[in-house]
Design a protein around this ligand. Structure first.
Ligand SMILES: Nc1ncnc2c1ncn2[C@@H]1O[C@H](COP(=O)(O)OP(=O)(O)OP(=O)(O)O)[C@@H](O)[C@H]1O
Ligand SMILES: [Mg+2]
Length: 281
């Protein structure tokens, strides 16, 4: 599966670019367009009223706007179940309030969204996946989470192996070890996610405005070596551009500022698609 991550500052045109890119890709294969923005807007872009989180909107194009709060509750619920099944009731009672708090904590949204993204990478059900991301900080998290989680899994695996060895030495008969295989599977999954994300094409959208330039510069500096920047899309270009522009640039394409909103199916879309084709070939 080929992955495209579309990022950039708020309002620069990420959803618009991700949308037209997905339409183009759907002529080449089966596409999943995933929104990792809390305020989903894919349905608005495609002018779709149909309900549902994951829907097929064209013969080879699916959109997925996950219900983040529900996903967080399920994610923590799953951990709750594993803790309950594998630890003593005393330990579970200690951990329970923390889990309850975590299931309502917005600080965990990006972690859950990363988990949703990871699941799609593992499932590999489509030829292409385009990710319409939220603010810049989310991309930074997505780019660094695989390494951080892998370090965490390594530590947990080390501790658990020690514990299992001690248990065996003490000849405690507590049945088959269930926790270690779960951790090893998680580690294996994350290694695949890390590899796929490192190969993903990253498309950065910006507009010719000082703040968008500054944020791009900072973000790309932080992301250096962590992602493969494939293209810069300078959107909403009208008249004079700010003069400083010396990113070690991959493909740079320019899209004009249109008078009306370039939604799916609009005449402006033809021009955007023609520019985006340059990135794909
Ligand atoms: N080239 C363009 N010319 C005119 N309007 C545009 C252009 N590109 C995008 N827009 C409009 O700008 C607005 C913001 O675009 P879009 O929703 O794609 O940005 P975004 O980066 O996804 O925003 P958010 O950060 O809120 O998710 C929309 O109303 C969109 O139709
Ligand atoms: Mg958007």
């Amino acid at each position: 599966m080929k992955i495209y991550l579309v990022g950039g500052k708020g309002g620069v045109g990420k959803t618009t670019i991700a949308g037209f890119l997905s339409i183009l890709l759907s002529e080449r294969g089966d596409v999943l367009l995933l929104s990792t923005d809390l305020a989903h807007s894919l349905k608005d872009f495609f002018s779709i009223k149909k309900k549902g989180k994951r829907i097929k909107i064209r013969p080879s194009l699916w959109i997925f706007e996950p219900d983040i709060e529900k996903a967080l509750k399920n994610y923590i619920g799953d951990i709750d179940k594993k803790v309950r099944e594998n630890f003593s009731p005393t330990i579970y009672e200690d951990i329970k309030p923390f889990l309850k708090f975590s299931s309502q904590d917005p600080a965990n949204y990006d972690l859950v969204l990363f988990n949703i993204l990871s699941n799609e990478i593992i499932r590999e059900e489509h030829d292409f996946m385009v990710v319409d991301t939220a603010a810049t900080a989310q991309i930074l998290k997505f780019a660094t989470l695989p390494d951080r989680l892998l370090r965490w899994y390594d530590l947990l695996i080390k501790w658990r192996k020690k514990y299992v060895a001690m248990r065996e030495m003490a000849k405690l008969n507590v049945g088959e070890e269930k926790f270690l295989p779960i951790l090893l599977r998680k580690k294996e999954k994350m290694e695949k996610v890390k590899k796929e994300l490192a190969q993903a094409d990253f498309i950065w959208v910006l507009e010719p405005a000082r703040l968008a330039f500054d944020e791009t510069e900072k973000a790309l500096k932080n992301l250096k070596g962590k992602i493969k920047l494939s293209a810069l899309v300078m959107n909403k270009v009208s008249g004079k551009k700010p003069s400083v522009f010396d990113f070690p640039s991959p493909s740079l394409i320019e899209i004009p500022l249109f008078e009306s909103e370039p939604l799916a199916g609009s005449p402006e879309g033809e021009k955007i698609s023609a520019e985006l084709k340059k990135i794909l070939t």
